[in-house]
Design a protein around this ligand. Structure first.
Ligand code: ADP
Length: 229
């Protein structure tokens, strides 16, 4: 499994949102996707997910175009959107059953139980989503993203709005999912990126200004400021 962006560009009218991005992501890596607000992160993620079409250049996921193979590739991708849209009126388990049905997950009851335990929702599974704290709602979002056992996880700001303890828990959870998967995650919390990522893609004004192994970056905050000011 791989994701490859080649000369990937997107313009909205006269506004260039993303310009000539080139990168390749492989399994087993957690990659941080960073950049200031307006840098082009969401636009890039949407193109990787096949939600919007590039103006030029291409995305390939395992050699396939996400727009042409949307249904097949949806099985391979788990996505946690930044605002984590959930159905607040639904019960946690009921919601996961609903999603498992959409994905046609095999042995749904077994898989749902497995995922509930994995993300630590055992004590909350009988509650309505709206009754959960933000941290637990975020776990529901992660459960939703991994329910169909995708090889690719795209997580947009997975720990935004969480307290430090909840952040650590979600961070450990993401780490535990690393094996055999591609995990691409965006965050503004540089300490978190330092702690969790193997590699950092940094974009600024739509262009990739760095693609570096985390261990080669001594001080991410300083690095970020140097590359984006
Ligand atoms: P980020 O996620 O890094 O904050 P975005 O990808 O949302 O950045 O935005 C990149 C640039 O593209 C910004 O200048 C933004 O205003 C512009 N942009 C994003 N979406 C649209 C859109 N639908 N129409 C016009 N401009 C857009």
């Amino acid at each position: 499994m791989f994701i490859e962006a080649q000369n990937l560009s997107k313009t909205y009218g006269k506004q260039t949102a993303v310009q000539d991005l080139n990168f390749r992501l492989e399994e087993g890596q957690i990659v941080g996707f960073l950049g200031p607000n307006g840098a082009g992160k969401s636009t890039t993620l949407k193109m990787l997910l096949g939600l919007i079409q590039p103006s030029s250049g291409s995305v390939q996921i395992d050699g396939k175009d996400p727009q042409d193979q949307a249904i097949e590739l949806k099985k391979q991708i788990g996505y946690l959107a930044e605002n984590n849209p959930l159905y607040p009126e639904m019960y946690v388990r009921e919601f996961l059953e609903f999603i498992a049905n959409i994905h046609q997950v095999e042995n749904p009851a077994v898989r749902i139980q497995e995922v509930i335990e994995w993300v630590g929702l055992q004590k909350e599974a009988h509650k309505k989503i709206q009754e959960l704290s933000k941290g637990y709602q975020q776990r529901v979002g992660i459960a939703l993203a991994i329910l169909h056992d995708p090889k690719i996880l795209i997580l947009d700001e997975p720990t935004s709005g969480l307290d430090p303890n909840q952040r650590d828990e979600i961070r450990d959870l993401i780490k535990s999912l690393q094996k055999n998967r591609i995990i691409l995650f965006s965050s503004h919390l540089l300490s978190e990126v330092e702690a969790i990522c193997d590699r950092v893609l940094l974009i600024h004004q739509g262009k990739l200004v760095s693609d570096s192994p985390m261990k080669e970056i001594k001080d991410l905050e300083k690095f970020f400021k140097e590359k984006t000011s």
